[in-house]
Design a protein around this ligand. Structure first.
Ligand code: PLP
Length: 369
């Protein structure tokens, strides 16, 4: 036995006592982000692009990875990638670009730089706004959407006046409802906000409408996007675009080298072949239309129009039953049922390939029969 084993082991109650005394209560009350086991399933739960790359593209991508020097730290500012983004993405020339390890990390930078100050978002919206505000110890306020998922402008403005949020998050289009808020309503939020408004355009490839062109016209607007939903969820790359005065501050709470070398090289390569992925997004938009029409004809559900790569639907019978029946058919979607809210008995399905969508439609129809 080595010396380190002579010490009597700490008892569970010792450790639990220390954990309680040490870890913030807000953190102890949290649950780690749940991810459902999806092995062997048709995966329609996470808004991923279902298409793989053409094989020629795969080969030349692998060739570019040969030159990545994994023994070196990545380019700290990702200059080559940012230059390619400016060439490809039609961003305002005078705006700054800040890269994040997914837009989740950008939300975290915004929250850290304003830690302790109020954060506001409509509800329901992307859950990470509230979760990450909690990481930063910031009070989080939410304003319920109307029954048609529109922004309740009066309630939004009243809450902004009362809470004076440092950050307001607006997902455009909104997740999980899929709709685009009325532009005039968002303009009212921009006019009323005393801090910063982050417009989250994660679904831009499927919505094809943007605030990017106006990003420098408001003192309180930055636009956030990600490559995740476009087809690169595995790379973890998001970007925030806005006035340098804002982004300089957020850059200070960014961990050095947050964008790894493989992601930098791969995203650069993907942007050089953006036509391939623009075509995939167009195919997904067309499939979204077909899926919507087909779901609209299925009795027992109401499907809502979407500007994103997913469809929200409400069922007459308990959402759990539908989720479980699909799961038994090896189809994974998202159960969003929250009784007493606009999401009561709602589920969300990501638009997949034509074959995946057909499998989903067949299983759903059989379940509701
Ligand atoms: C999926 C999603 C994100 C997360 O994007 P990552 O870049 O993968 O972290 C951000 N915002 C909204 C609204 C989303 O739906």
């Amino acid at each position: 036995m080595s010396a380190s084993h002579d010490r009597s082991p700490a008892t569970d109650s010792d450790i639990l006592y220390r954990v309680r005394r040490t870890i913030r209560e807000q953190v102890r009350a949290m649950q780690a982000y749940p991810v459902t086991q999806a092995k062997g399933m048709i995966k329609l739960d996470a808004m991923e692009n279902p298409y793989s790359w053409p094989v020629e593209l795969l080969d030349s991508w692998l060739e570019t990875l040969r030159s990545v020097e994994l023994n070196r730290y990545p380019d700290a500012r990702a200059d080559a990638l940012v230059e390619q983004m400016r060439a490809t993405l039609d961003l305002p020339a005078a705006a700054s670009i800040l890269l994040g390890n997914g837009s989740d990390e950008l939300i975290q930078m915004c929250a850290l730089a304003t830690a302790g100050r109020p954060v506001l978002a409509p509800s329901p919206s992307f859950v990470m706004y509230e979760t990450i505000a909690g990481f930063a110890g910031s009070p989080f306020g939410s304003v319920p959407l109307g029954p048609d998922f529109s922004l309740d402008t009066d309630a939004m403005l009243a809450t902004i006046r009362a809470q004076q949020p440092a950050l307001v998050f607006i997902a455009y289009p909104n997740n999980p409802t899929g709709n685009l808020f009325d532009r005039a309503a968002v303009e009212q939020v921009l006019a009323a906000s005393p801090g910063l408004v982050v417009i989250d355009e994660a679904y831009h490839p499927f919505a094809q409408t943007t605030w990017m062109d106006e990003v420098l016209e408001y003192p309180d607007l930055v636009v956030m996007r990600t490559v995740s939903k476009l087809g690169f969820a595995g790379l973890r790359l998001g970007y925030l675009v806005g006035d340098p005065a804002w982004l300089t501050e957020f850059d200070k709470v960014r961990l050095p080298y947050n964008i790894n070398a493989l992601t930098q090289a791969s995203a650069l390569f993907a942007l050089q072949h953006d036509a391939v992925f623009a075509q995939q997004a167009a195919d997904i938009r067309a499939e979204r239309g077909r899926l919507f029409e087909a779901m609209n004809r299925i009795p027992g559900i109401e499907v809502f129009p979407s500007a994103a790569n997913f469809l929200l639907f409400r069922a007459e019978r308990p959402a759990e039953q539908i989720f479980d029946a699909l799961y038994r058919n090896k189809i994974l979607i998202k159960n969003l049922n929250r009784p007493g809210t606009v999401l009561a008995n709602c589920l969300r399905v990501t638009v997949g390939t034509a074959a995946e969508n057909d499998a989903f439609l067949a299983a759903l129809s059989a379940t509701l029969d």
